[in-house]
Design a protein around this ligand. Structure first.
Ligand code: 6GU
Length: 224
C-alpha cells in the first residue's frame, strides 16, 4: 500500500511513522508513506498557502491552487483508490472503515487547517471525508496519523500471529478482555485463578464473558 499525505505542517508527521509496528511495516515493504509539503507547490512569491475567506469572517482558508497542483502531479503518476480529506465534519472513523481502506493500493490523505480548505477542492478532488471523533483538533495531521496507524496494522503481513489484529477490540464489535502478566500476585492483588489453570477451553470462555461484560458496561452501543 502507498499512502501520500498532503500537509502544511510536515514536521507534525515525522515521528509517528518511525517506530514500532509502523517502522516494521515500512521495513517489510508492506507500506510506503510519503509526506508532501503543500507549501512547496505555492507559486506565490511569499509561498502563501492560505487566504482570507470570501464574504468576510475570521480565519484563513487553504487555497485551491497549490493543493490542486500537488494532487494533479500525484494523480499523473499513479491511480488513487481514494482521496481522503481529514475534517471534523467527515464520517466518524470506525473499524469497518479501517478494514476496507487497508485493502486499497494507493490512497491520498489531505490534512485540513485553519477554517478549512476551499470548498472546490472538496467538491472536485475529494472522494471521502473522515473525522476521528466529535471534538476539534487544530489541524488534520494528528487525525491523518491516527488513520494511517489504524490502516497500516491491518495490511496483510504487517502483524504476526502474536499481535494478530483479529483479536483487537472492535474487530468483532466487542471490547477486549482484561490481560495480565507476571507476577501472579503483587501487593496482594491476584491474577484471576482461571488464567493460571491451564484449562484452555475454560480460559477462552472466561475471556468471552469478560469481553461481553466490558462491552455491556462501557460501550453498550456496540451490542445494538
Ligand atoms: Cl479529521 N480534523 C480536525 N481538525 N479535527 C478533528 C478531526 C479532523 N476529527 C476530529 N476532530
Amino acid at each position: 500500500m502507498r499512502i501520500d499525505i498532503l500537509t502544511v505542517l510536515p514536521q507534525l508527521l515525522e515521528s509517528p511513522f518511525s517506530a514500532s509496528i509502523m517502522q516494521r511495516a515500512k521495513d517489510k515493504g508492506c507500506v510506503s508513506i510519503y509526506i508532501h509539503n503543500i507549501r512547496d507547490y505555492s507559486t506565490d512569491k511569499h509561498k502563501n498557502v492560505d487566504d482570507y475567506q470570501y464574504g468576510g469572517g475570521a480565519g484563513m482558508v487553504l487555497s485551491i491552487e497549490p493543493i490542486a497542483s500537488l494532487i494533479g502531479k500525484l494523480k499523473s503518476e499513479r491511480d488513487y483508490d481514494d482521496v481522503i480529506y481529514m475534517t471534523p465534519d467527515g464520517k466518524v472513523l470506525d473499524q469497518a472503515d479501517c478494514n476496507s481502506l487497508s485493502l486499497k493500493k494507493n490512497i491520498m490523505i489531505l490534512c485540513g487547517h485553519y477554517k478549512g480548505v476551499d470548498e472546490r477542492i472538496r467538491k472536485h478532488f475529494i472522494t471521502r471525508e473522515i473525522s476521528i471523533g466529535s471534538y476539534v483538533l487544530s489541524g488534520g495531521e494528528l487525525a491523518a496519523a491516527v488513520l494511517t496507524d489504524a490502516l497500516v496494522r491491518l495490511i496483510p503481513g504487517v502483524l504476526n500471529n502474536e499481535t494478530s489484529a483479529l483479536t483487537d477490540s472492535f474487530q468483532d464489535n466487542l471490547l477486549s478482555p482484561p490481560v495480565y502478566t507476571r507476577p501472579p500476585e503483587f501487593n496482594g492483588w491476584k491474577v484471576p485463578e482461571i488464567l493460571l489453570s491451564g484449562n484452555l477451553p475454560a480460559i477462552e470462555k472466561w475471556r468471552e464473558e469478560e469481553a461481553l461484560k466490558r462491552t455491556r458496561e462501557r460501550r453498550p452501543d456496540l451490542l445494538d
